[in-house]
Design a protein around this ligand. Sequence first.
Ligand SMILES: Cc1cc2nc3c(=O)[nH]c(=O)nc-3n(C[C@H](O)[C@H](O)[C@H](O)COP(=O)(O)O)c2cc1C
Length: 172
Amino acid sequence: MTTRIFLFHPNPDQSRANKAMAQAAAEQGIEVRNLYALYPDGKIDVKKEQAALTATDRIVLQFPMYWYSMPSLMKEWLDQILEYGWAYGSSGDALQGKQVLLAVTQGAGAQDYTANGRFHVTTQELLKPIETIKYHTGLVFEEPFVLSGVLNLSNEKLAQEAANYVGCLQES
Ligand SMILES: Cc1cc2nc3c(=O)[nH]c(=O)nc-3n(C[C@H](O)[C@H](O)[C@H](O)COP(=O)(O)O)c2cc1C
């Protein structure tokens, strides 16, 4: 089973959480595809991305939460690669049965993402629009990996969470 991380972070070098997670994964031999570095001008090579997805059994979409959603390149990437006739439609079965792990980091704390919390919405609800893609594509979404409260996370706790993430990636 090939697991590949598709990392969507505009500035991985200045990142703390996503950098630690991606580095821990890379150290275990898991390939990290850094999309903002691959496409600094935002022009996505659709065929190349589709080929990378074809060669992946377990697709990890790793990203920081931006405005209760995903970074803009990730949305653009989804819009472009999920083509009719490839990802969906009567002959579009390229992604059928592939697993997807959403790995998201949040600046705010887990308690903020509860029905009665600061944002009155859960992370599960916010991820629904991405997970709903399964009905067109046959992708199989796993329980997401969510790292909240990143802004207040100690280095020790972050290292522990990065190790937990790698543990998740190594499960099949
Ligand atoms: C443009 C922007 C929007 C953000 N929106 C949210 C948000 O909606 N919810 C949240 O919890 N954190 C939000 N944050 C904080 C990031 O999610 C947080 O800094 C990131 O997950 C930390 O990961 P990093 O260390 O890899 O950058 C936002 C940050 C930026 C720059």
